[in-house]
Design a binder for this molecule. Sequence first.
Ligand SMILES: C[S@@+](CC[C@H](N)C(=O)[O-])C[C@H]1O[C@@H](n2cnc3c(N)ncnc32)[C@H](O)[C@@H]1O
Length: 199
Amino acid sequence: MEAQGYSKKDWERHYDEKDLGWDLGEVAPPFVNLLESKTIIPGKTLVPGCGRGHEVIFLAENGFDVTAVDYSKGAVNHLNSVIKERKLVSQVLHLDFFTLDSTHDGLYDLLIEQTFFCAISPIQRPLYVGTVTRVLKTGGMLAGLFYHTGQEGGPPFNTTRDDIIKHFSDSFEIRELSQAKNSAEQRKDKEWLVILTKK
Ligand SMILES: C[S@@+](CC[C@H](N)C(=O)[O-])C[C@H]1O[C@@H](n2cnc3c(N)ncnc32)[C@H](O)[C@@H]1O
């Protein structure tokens, strides 16, 4: 399979041109429910491909110790300015998620997936699984929304229930894999709510 989708330059251009069709402008509603139901609890948390960081801000405001990663300068600059303005304490790393060094290994209690798995080339999915497995503690949780676009091509690249089972079941216990109930209007009936714990 060939690499498909966007290069770093393509993502950067979207921020430069403020062409951010994926950006909900707020935390994705299912994460609010995960907090309210105490499915996710404060701890050391990683948000890969954080974009403008609505999840990062939401979690930081609710006591999570968040590290956010994005390789687009426009995303990182925006998020840093919001963190400063709101006087929050979070780390924003301007780098390629797949190059996180070994100081991150086994460090995180929680990883939040929101429109990053669908943004990368499908050929990188094993690398995604390898990286999230590496950085989570044993028993650590991946809580995410995976985009079932039902369409060819991307980004966003379609994610089926079988894709999730195929990629994650070797290294993770699947605690929940169901259609998200309160997705943002534009993603209604197209998101898997996924809760995994690292074996
Ligand atoms: C579809 S956007 C989603 C942003 C954010 N999660 C949201 O839902 O608004 C995907 C993001 O992943 C970033 N990205 C793509 N590949 C990356 C990589 N290898 N390392 C770090 N960031 C990456 C892009 O710069 C972009 O901000």
